[in-house]
Design a protein around this ligand. Structure first.
Ligand code: ATP
Length: 467
């Protein structure tokens, strides 16, 4: 018998989701006694700054909950917000945090409150003292190093991920036809010397996007055969647009490749493996020859952000939404590139957004959810590739290429419909029966609702190799 005390959560779900949430524990009217979790979940919809209950129940996804109460930020516009908390009925008592100031949480004052307040003051004072000592210590040590011949710039460079490759300024480039247009930039085919290149042109008013992408390409050890090669940067003389010059991928995006071509099992596997190799490398944190490449989460992985080269290999591109998971001198410095107030990536392709990011139910300080979000998207892209493999549709027609969920939710999927379908109903693209258990299992292990159950990129690669 389990020794874990049971958690009581407020219970209120729509009839169509009753089955899923009621399976998480005994329901008694508007209360639920959780079976396997210590966490309650609360999902609310914000309509005209008013909160409307969407789902209150025991948390069915295996996740740790650190917060005792359900504190959420009020989003600017109509959106879903959610919290996971760990005290009895905490999902019913939601407290709003309005930016930029966090109002004091409503508390039940009881005996001992004064003592607690005094304790907090003591702890704060101690922390302040310790911080001052640490700062003095660091200053003293860096002074000592300067005295012993190490310059202050060297001290900065000891944090190896700050070392940048020397910048290659490209001037003599000729732009030709448009290869693709994104939300911020236009990608042209171009000539650079005698090579054909791709040139991503950012209007001057999107320079912050340009700098984000450039920063990722310029990380040490980013040169890899599965990542689009970065050749340099430039600026257009006439209007000041900013240029990122890249290796040209002959087949363009994987999305356009799949729209135009079906493929054999061997070619499909080559696409899948090289894509997983690229992601595995991007996610890796590695050091070599005094250089350090931090792990990078792509943040907007989709078949439009994977390119196909003439030899049928995939390379990753478009790092505007990426997060560099820096770890210098033992400190974790997350370079948070993409979240708005609710943690929804602002400019990502909706269809590939994982359930936890759709629901905003993840801890934004955690790096792992960003990597796990990429794995969810990877699963969807593997499915897209196999859906165009004629060897997997023997004796039948290969379906036209569709984006994930395009069949179920039509072309212009909205955030609300996607949350309902992917997160609430836990639906995924359908996998044909004749594909067999190994492919199905691999996809399921990539797009699992439970983020911790998802594979890592090297594991996906290992599974693909064993197929
Ligand atoms: N190196 C390349 N070689 C060939 N085609 C490319 C290359 N880079 C980009 N493209 C084409 O341009 C399209 C847009 O590229 P990219 O995703 O980098 O631009 P973006 O403005 O960041 O778009 P998004 O709106 O997806 O963020 C790609 O989908 C692809 O079709």
């Amino acid at each position: 018998q389990s020794l874990v005390p049971k958690r009581s959560c407020a219970f209120e779900v729509r009839p169509s989701w009753y089955h899923r949430y009621s399976a998480a524990g005994l329901v008694m009217g508007s209360k639920q006694l959780c079976k396997k979790t210590q966490c309650c979940v609360g999902i609310y919809q914000v309509i005209d700054y008013q909160l409307k209950v969407n789902t209150l129940a025991c948390n069915v996804v295996k996740k740790t909950c650190l917060e005792e109460t359900c504190d959420v930020q009020l989003p600017l516009k109509s959106q879903f917000i959610s919290c996971i908390c760990r005290t009895d009925m905490c999902n019913r008592n939601i407290s709003l945090i309005s930016e930029p100031e966090r109002p004091p949480k409503p508390r039940m004052y009881a005996a001992g409150t004064n003592f607690k307040a005094a304790l907090v003051v003591v702890v704060v004072v101690v922390i302040l003292f310790v911080s001052v000592f640490i700062i003095i210590g660091i200053k003293w040590r860096s002074k000592e190093k300067t005295n012993t011949g190490i310059q202050s710039e060297d001290v900065q460079h000891m944090c190896s991920c700050q070392i940048k490759a020397p910048e290659n300024q490209i001037t003599d480039i000729e732009l030709q036809e448009v290869l693709g247009r994104g939300q911020f930039a236009t990608v042209y085919q171009g000539n650079y010397g005698r090579s054909v290149v791709a040139v991503k042109v950012y209007p001057a008013n999107w320079k912050h996007r340009y700098f984000k992408e450039k920063e990722v390409y310029e990380l040490p050890l980013m040169k890899h055969e599965r990542i689009t090669e970065f050749l340099g940067t430039g600026r257009k003389a006439d209007d000041g647009s900013l240029l990122i010059v890249l290796q040209y991928a002959e087949y363009g995006s994987l999305h356009s490749f799949l729209c135009k071509h079906t493929s054999s099992w061997m070619l499909s596997m080559k696409l899948c493996q090289t894509l997983s190799e690229g992601l595995s490398y991007l996610h890796s944190d590695l050091s070599s020859n005094d250089m350090h490449k931090p792990a990078v989460a792509h943040g907007d992985l989709s078949s439009s952000n994977v390119l196909v080269r003439a030899d049928g290999t995939c390379v990753l591109c478009d790092f505007e939404s990426s997060t560099i998971l820096r770890s210098c001198s033992g400190h974790q410095l997350w370079q948070d590139h993409f979240t708005n107030m609710q943690g929804h990536p602002q400019f990502c392709t909706l269809n590939y957004m994982s359930p936890e990011i759709l629901e905003s139910s993840v801890d934004l300080r955690s790096s792992s959810f960003r990597l796990q979000g990429d794995i969810y998207a990877l699963g969807l892209i593997l499915w897209e590739i196999w859906m165009r493999c004629f060897d997997l549709f023997k004796g039948g027609d290969v379906p036209q290429h569709l984006l994930p969920y395009e069949l179920e939710l039509e072309a212009n999927v909205t955030l609300e419909r996607l949350i309902f379908h992917v997160s609430e109903m836990n639906r995924r693209p359908s996998v044909p029966e004749n594909w067999g258990p190994a492919l199905k299992e691999l996809l399921t292990d990539c797009w699992d609702q439970d983020t911790d159950a998802r594979l890592t990129a090297p594991c996906v690669l290992g599974r693909l190799m064993s197929l």
